[in-house]
Write a protein that binds this ligand. Structure first.
Ligand SMILES: [Zn+2]
Ligand SMILES: [Zn+2]
Length: 166
């Protein structure tokens, strides 16, 4: 494959990850990135995932019972909402924290995972197929509070990596 096309396909995949409301499964990445790179195939998606994991610009998000999903590496840790209808996974804003309050006396809390389940806004309002793109106010409340902009921050190693937690 010509280098230039490979580069633009990778940009299309990175763009899909950047505008998503949460981590994407490979098929979701393919679907979204094809808006910018119509000839993109799933093999290129998987190769790009491997490359970006190797570079440390991508993080794995594991929801129990689901295929691994991926998001651009970020510094803050966050949690997810899994829609039972469209199976989409959306980033939550912030973390409730204070889990020590429910840990038995004498225990030492080291880490936590949190996944909420329910119906996303688009499924609740009856639209058939959720577009993973952000539009107007429609997705504002589910949008990540911290958005990655530019390319500089993505190269910074995060303090807490989702895939390194116990
Ligand atoms: Zn949904
Ligand atoms: Zn948390």
């Amino acid at each position: 494959m010509p280098l230039r096309r490979r580069t633009s396909q990778r940009q299309a995949i990175a763009g899909a990850l950047d505008r998503a409301e949460g981590p994407l499964a490979p098929q979701e990445m393919l679907q979204s990135a094809r808006q910018a790179a119509p000839r993109l195939g799933i093999a290129t998606v998987y190769r790009t995932i491997r490359n970006m994991l190797g570079e440390g610009t991508l993080a794995v998000v594991r929801i129990p019972g689901e295929v691994p999903r991926y998001e651009l590496r970020r510094q803050d840790h966050r949690h997810y909402f899994r829609c039972r209808r469209c199976r989409g996974v959306f980033a939550l804003q912030g973390c409730p924290g204070n889990f020590n309050a429910i840990v038995p006396r004498g225990f030492s809390l080291e880490d936590h995972e949190l996944v909420l389940y329910g119906a996303c806004r688009r499924c609740r309002t009856g639209r058939q197929k959720p577009a993973r793109r952000k539009t107007a106010n429609a997705s504002a409340s589910l949008a990540p509070r911290v958005r990655l902009t530019g390319t500089g921050r993505r190269a910074v190693p995060p303090v807490a990596r989702k895939d390194q937690r116990l």
